[in-house]
Design a protein around this ligand. Structure first.
Ligand code: AMP
Length: 283
């Protein structure tokens, strides 16, 4: 690896970051769980666009997976990830093991309330505590000027924005648009779980979210009616479960009946053994 340095300890990360700082550079942290695709790489490009030195972390964080979730099966491909990151212009990768991230039993948890109460939370208890805590740790370890996160995980992005604001962390959170496959499916590391027939069905998710956004943007139409029609259409198309499909306020994530300001159509579904989430803005 020519221009890409890989570090596995916090001490090495801090030393490398300090060297960039001494050279007058700003740092843009891109936290990921690896199995990288174009969506992740767009965050690295976002950092480059702000003239930050892109620093990517790769860590499959066990504390954000529930006991019956796919932590063990989560795709891992470090060699492929490093090649993609170097190609994209990333300069530093932090790929710690579990003992480096959690050397001691953790007595401290970062909990963001209210915006973690609906949507994904009831089905993934403890998930956002795991996310908020590991992101806090990664931000404290790298101390970047900016952190780059995808709108693809919209509730997560709002949780992190709020956490940074509430804790007065001196870090700008940059939300980046969702990168999609040509048929509209949001790129996700979990898409590789989909079989051929499921992959064909999966495109209906973005279509239905777009249909809801189109219907409710006039401010007159019922969000509940549009969302329940879309959920039915997904089930008819072959989705196994629609965990939720709702129109929410873009910041508070409270469900809306009519759109009166910035809003988002958000959904979580299951197709076979794959959990697919997506969301789009109501313009
Ligand atoms: P993950 O590795 O799934 O934890 O994702 C790491 C970061 O990449 C998160 O900020 C995600 O929101 C972001 N991300 C994942 N998929 C996409 C996508 N399709 N487009 C843009 N960002 C994404």
């Amino acid at each position: 690896m020519k221009d890409l340095t890989i570090v596995r300890t916090v001490a090495d990360l801090r030393r490398e970051v300090a060297a960039f700082r001494t050279a007058g550079r700003t740092i843009g942290l891109v936290p990921t769980m690896g199995a990288l695709h174009e969506g992740h790489i767009s965050l690295v490009r976002g950092a480059l666009g702000h003239s930050d030195v892109p620093v990517t972390s790769i860590f499959v964080n066990p504390t954000q997976f529930g006991p019956n979730e796919d932590f063990g099966a989560y795709p891992r491909d470090e060699a492929g990830d490093l090649a993609k990151l170097e190609e994209a212009g990333c300069r530093l990768v932090f790929a710690p093991g579990k003992d480096e991230m959690y050397p001691d039993p953790q007595l401290t948890t970062v909990h963001v309330s209210e915006i973690t109460e609906g949507l994904c939370s009831p089905l993934r208890p403890g998930h956002f505590d795991g996310v908020a805590t590991v992101v806090t740790k990664l931000l404290m370890m790298a101390m970047p000027e900016r952190g780059y996160f995808g709108e693809k995980d919209y509730q997560q992005l709002q949780v992190i924005r709020r956490m940074v604001r509430d804790l007065a962390m001196p870090i700008e959170i940059v939300g980046m648009p969702t990168v999609r496959e040509p048929d509209g499916l949001a790129m996700s590391s979990r898409n590789r779980y989909l079989g051929t027939a499921e992959r064909a069905t999966a495109r209906a998710l973005h279509r239905q979210l777009s249909a809801v956004a189109e219907t409710v943007r006039d401010g007159q139409s019922s969000c509940t009616a549009a969302a329940s029609a879309a959920a039915k259409a997904l089930l008819s198309a072959g989705f196994d479960v629609v965990e939720y499909l709702t129109v929410v306020d873009a910041e508070s994530l409270h469900p809306l009946e009519r759109v009166t300001g910035p809003a988002r159509v958000v959904a979580a579904t299951r197709l076979g053994r794959t959990r697919l989430i997506d969301n789009i803005a109501v313009d």
